[in-house]
Design a protein around this ligand. Sequence first.
Ligand code: SF4
Length: 350
Amino acid sequence: MNDGLRELADRLEIRGTLEKEEYIELIQFRDSQLVEYLSQKARRIRRNQHTGAVLVQGLVHLSNYCRNDCYYCGMRRENRFVRRYRMEQQEILDCCARGYEKGLRSFLLQGGEDLYYTEKEVAQILEKIKKAYSDVSITLSLGEKSRQVYKAWYEAGADCYLLRHGTAVDSHYKKLHPGNMSLLRKKQCLWEMKEIGYQVGTGFLIGTPYQTIDQLAEELLFLKQLDPQLVSIGPFIPAANTPFEKQRAGNSDLTCYLLSLLRLILPSALLPAAGALTALDREGRRKALESGANAVAFDLTPDNYQDNGVLNGRRTGRHQRDRENLEGLIQRLEDTGYEIAASWRHEEWR
Ligand code: SF4
């Protein structure tokens, strides 16, 4: 590691931001020493910010229908090889009840952009969960909606809204999405959520086709500007039966390195260790936590809704459920030295 890179890493830790060219240098010229130097800083910051605790969040994947056609996504509308499902209200409530019984206090209700769920129905689900369990936090991830819908769901009890922007660079966005989708609208949604009062979550993929280091630097600048409370990043994994099925997968080491940079840029953010990392590297989750991540998902979705190309057509994070139960997951984390947090409100983690 040369002195210039060390100085950039130190400056990032102190100021929480760098110029675009400096991010490019940190990414382009990283070596194993710099990776370790930054991950040590990231671990230290996480310990100071959150007493080192790792949030275990209950994931309910309520539907894999989607009206959109993102080129990289196995759930895209045009993928006719996916066995589609959507859960009814009671099934969703049952998933949360199961998670609550097991001690989870933070739930992520996630799905494609499925118009089946109306504003009113989602609001009812939120109200019922909050009425049954006053000590849980709920993150919704149901795609782009109008400001009015976001507001209604916030008032019904949603604490956080996760809307992954995919890429912060318009020219790149256009290469990953059909012409009827707009990065501008996605960014507008994120700013609207902030105004409404949500804890805002967003994210992007590492290693999507046409992505450059220049664009990764733009991502970091955008995230600093948005200042979200949750950032979900993961490696691109080519999904079967999509336009990108023959492309190369993203890099799990680079994903972990970016987690370290993000921990320095957004010290108190929730940074999940993506399930897709485990698909590329059996040690992916451990490495992500060592790089500064502070959350893992436990999938509460019933077994009969199998992973039908949810992420990428390969078996990915969701099949972890087959091999480990929640107790096993928590035990493994504790054995590695992590405290476990069951709930999360951003202000509690500051
Ligand atoms: S990335 Fe999201 S919006 Fe795009 S096709 Fe997949 S589920 Fe739908």
